[in-house]
Design a protein around this ligand. Structure first.
Ligand code: NDP
Length: 339
C-alpha cells in the first residue's frame, strides 16, 4: 500500500497566500485498476497562474500544478515502469493516473505526457524551458509580437522563467534589441552579463519611463508583458506606431482581489494614436504545436543560444514556501521544488 502526501486547498487565497490556506495531508492509495499507472513525483512546479487559477475550484481539491515524476507501477503498456512523465497531477508525492480521465479542455486538464528525449539535461527542465513556460515564451513572442529583425523588444518579468527565455530568443535567435525589466540589480546584471540582453531596468529602484527613454530613444516595437500595472503603462506610452503587445500575464495584480486591483495609467490614448495591437493569450492555444516549441527550445539550448537557470527548493513539505517566494520575486529563472 503506497502512502501519498498532498496539499489540499483549505481556504481560498485572499491577497498574499497564507500557510493555513493549504493543508498537508496523507492518504493511502488503492491498488491500480486496468489502464492505470502510479507516478512518484521528482520535481514539482510553482507558477504564478496557480494563484488566480485555483480560485475557480472548490475547497478540498488537491492544489493544482504540474510535476515531473517517474512511473513506479503500471497496468498500462503505453506508460511502462521507469519512464518519466510530465503532467498536471497537482501538489502530490504519488498519484494514480488514468490517462482516459483527462478532458483536455484547458491547460491543467491536459493528459500527462511521457518526457521527450532530452539526453543528459535535467528532467526538471520539462517544467521550465522545455515545458509550459518555454512554450509560452516561444509561441507568445513569435505568434503575438511577430518581431522582425532589428526591432526593439521590451520584456517585463524578465528574469523569470518565461521572461528570461523571451529575451534570449529575441536577442540570440532573432537579432532584436532587447530590454528587460526586473526587480533587483542582481537579476538585471544576470540578464545583461550572462543572457546577452542589451539593457535591463530595475523597476524597484529606477523610474521605468525615464530609464526606458534612455535605453530605447526611438521607441519600442514589441512588448512582452508578464506583469501588467503601471510598469506596462509606462512601456506602452513609448511604443512606436504599429507596435505589438503580447499580454502574457499580470502578476502585479495576482495577490489583489476585485476590490483592491491596482490602478494603472489609462492605455487608450497611446493605443489609438500609435495604432497599437494588444492581444492576450493562453499557451494552450498552441496545444497542437506543443512538440514544435519544445524541440525548437531544445535545439537552441544545444546550440548554446539560450541558457536557463532554476531556483530549486528541496523537500515536498516546502512547496508552499517555494510558491510564495516565487510570487515575491525570490526566484531567478524557473522556480521548482525537488522532492
Ligand atoms: P516568474 O518566474 O517570472 O516568477 C514570477 C516573477 O514575477 C517574480 O520572480 C517577480 O520577479 C515578478 N513579480 C512579482 N510581483 C511583481 C510585481 N508586483 N510587479 C512586477 N513583477 C512582479 O514566473 P513565470 O515566468 O512562470 O510567469 C511570468 C508571467 O507569465 C506570469 O504573469 C504568469 O502568469 C504568466 N504566464 C502566462 C502564461 C500564458 O499562457 N498566458 C503561461 C505561463 C506564465 P521580480 O523580482 O522581477 O519582481
Amino acid at each position: 500500500m503506497v502512502k501519498a502526501k498532498k496539499f489540499v486547498v483549505a481556504k481560498h487565497f485572499q491577497n498574499e497566500p497564507k500557510p493555513t490556506d493549504l493543508q498537508l495531508v496523507e492518504e493511502e492509495l488503492p491498488s491500480l485498476q486496468t489502464g492505470e499507472f502510479l507516478v512518484q513525483a521528482e520535481y514539482l512546479s510553482v507558477d504564478p497562474y496557480m494563484r488566480p487559477y485555483v480560485l475557480k475550484y472548490p475547497l478540498g481539491i488537491t492544489m493544482i500544478g504540474a510535476q515531473v515524476g517517474k512511473i513506479i507501477e503500471s497496468n498500462n503498456p503505453k506508460y511502462p515502469v521507469g519512464k518519466r512523465i510530465v503532467g498536471y497531477l497537482g501538489w502530490r508525492t504519488h498519484t494514480i493516473v488514468n490517462p482516459q480521465a483527462y478532458t483536455e479542455v484547458d491547460l491543467i486538464s491536459q493528459k500527462p505526457m511521457i518526457l521527450p528525449d532530452i539526453g543528459s539535461l535535467s528532467p526538471s527542465l520539462c517544467l521550465g524551458v522545455l515545458g509550459m513556460p518555454g512554450n509560452t515564451a516561444y509561441f507568445g513572442l513569435l505568434e503575438i509580437c511577430k518581431p522582425k529583425e532589428g526591432e526593439t523588444l521590451v520584456v517585463s518579468g524578465a528574469a523569470g522563467a518565461v521572461g528570461s527565455h523571451v529575451g534570449q530568443i529575441g536577442k540570440n535567435v532573432l537579432g532584436l534589441q532587447v530590454i528587460g525589466i526586473a526587480g533587483s540589480d542582481e537579476k538585471c546584471k544576470w540578464l545583461v552579463e550572462e543572457l546577452g540582453f542589451d539593457h535591463a531596468i530595475n523597476y524597484k529602484t529606477e523610474n521605468v519611463a525615464v530609464s526606458l527613454r534612455k535605453a530605447a530613444p526611438a521607441g519600442v516595437d514589441c512588448y512582452f508583458d508578464n506583469v501588467g500595472g503601471d510598469i506596462s503603462s509606462a512601456v506602452m506610452y513609448q511604443m512606436k506606431p504599429f507596435g505589438r503587445v503580447a499580454i502574457c500575464g499580470s502578476i502585479s495584480s495576482y495577490n489583489a482581489d476585485a476590490s483592491s486591483l491596482p490602478k494603472a495609467t489609462i492605455l487608450q490614448p497611446t493605443m489609438v494614436f500609435n495604432q497599437l495591437k494588444m492581444e492576450g493569450f493562453i499557451v494552450s492555444r498552441w496545444a497542437d504545436r506543443w512538440s514544435e516549441g519544445i524541440l525548437k527550445n531544445l535545439q537552441w539550448i544545444r546550440e548554446g543560444k539560450v541558457h536557463h537557470r532554476e531556483t530549486v527548493t528541496k523537500g515536498f513539505e516546502n512547496m508552499f514556501d517555494a510558491f510564495v517566494s516565487m510570487l515575491q520575486g525570490k526566484n531567478t529563472g524557473k522556480a521548482i521544488v525537488q522532492v
